[in-house]
Write a protein that binds this ligand. Structure first.
Ligand code: 5GP
Length: 194
């Protein structure tokens, strides 16, 4: 295992700024990080591309592949199925780079049952008030959707101690530095050394 990268799972309530943070970390560590592409039954949003943002699957196809054991983990999130294909994870691990998976809390727990080398990070919004402000300032969702996301966020935040690390996304630069520090420390773990 000494030549392999760190297997990192990041989970965050929607509005916590996960995408912005990951983009910042990727920019700082270009060529050192790969991100798995998940499969989902959710329809593509405008601008999303097959094989880049997600592998978009019909529900029947997803379920058939799941039943054949092709997923290392899967979960139902907001009524849609999401999962990581074994082949996709292997492809990323084979690069020898650090591998990041963006999963919900159940996905992190399912993956941890399969593998003992998972390092998990929960990304916290600075406060629920700030999360609400960010969700409303997007201006794309109606009140009902925002209320649902806030309710889900409270549930997810209550589970944060199931993770190895908690990073607070107050300022993007310091949150990205925290993530880099976690990756560096994990790479130095004694059991990873020859
Ligand atoms: P969205 O539909 O906004 O792209 O993603 C919704 C949720 O699905 C996010 O919380 C995200 O972390 C989760 N998700 C995305 N891909 C996967 C996956 O492969 N497995 C699991 N368990 N959750 C995922």
């Amino acid at each position: 295992m000494e030549n392999s990268g760190v297997l990192l799972v990041i989970s965050a309530p929607s509005g916590a700024g996960k995408l912005t943070l990951l983009n910042e970390v990727r920019a700082r560590k270009v060529d050192q990080i790969v991100t798995t592409v998940s499969a989902t039954t959710r329809p593509p949003r405008t601008g999303e591309q097959e094989g880049i943002d997600y592998y978009f699957l019909e529900r029947s196809v997803f379920e058939a592949r799941r039943d054949r054991g092709e997923f290392v983990e899967w979960a139902e999130v907001h009524g849609n199925l999401y999962g990581t294909l074994n082949d996709e994870l292997d492809r990323c691990l084979d690069t020898g780079k650090d591998v990041i998976l963006e999963l919900d809390v159940q996905g992190m727990q399912n993956l941890r049952r399969q593998r003992d080398d998972v390092v998990s990070i929960f990304l916290m919004p600075p406060s629920l008030e700030e999360l609400e402000r960010r969700l409303r300032s997007r201006g794309t969702d109606d009140n009902e959707v925002i209320e649902l996301r806030l309710k889900n966020a409270r549930h997810e935040i209550a589970e944060r101690h199931a993770f190895d690390y908690i990073v607070v996304n107050d300022k993007i630069e310091s949150a990205a530095s925290d993530m880099e520090a976690i990756i560096r420390a994990e790479r130095c773990r004694a059991e990873r050394q020859p």
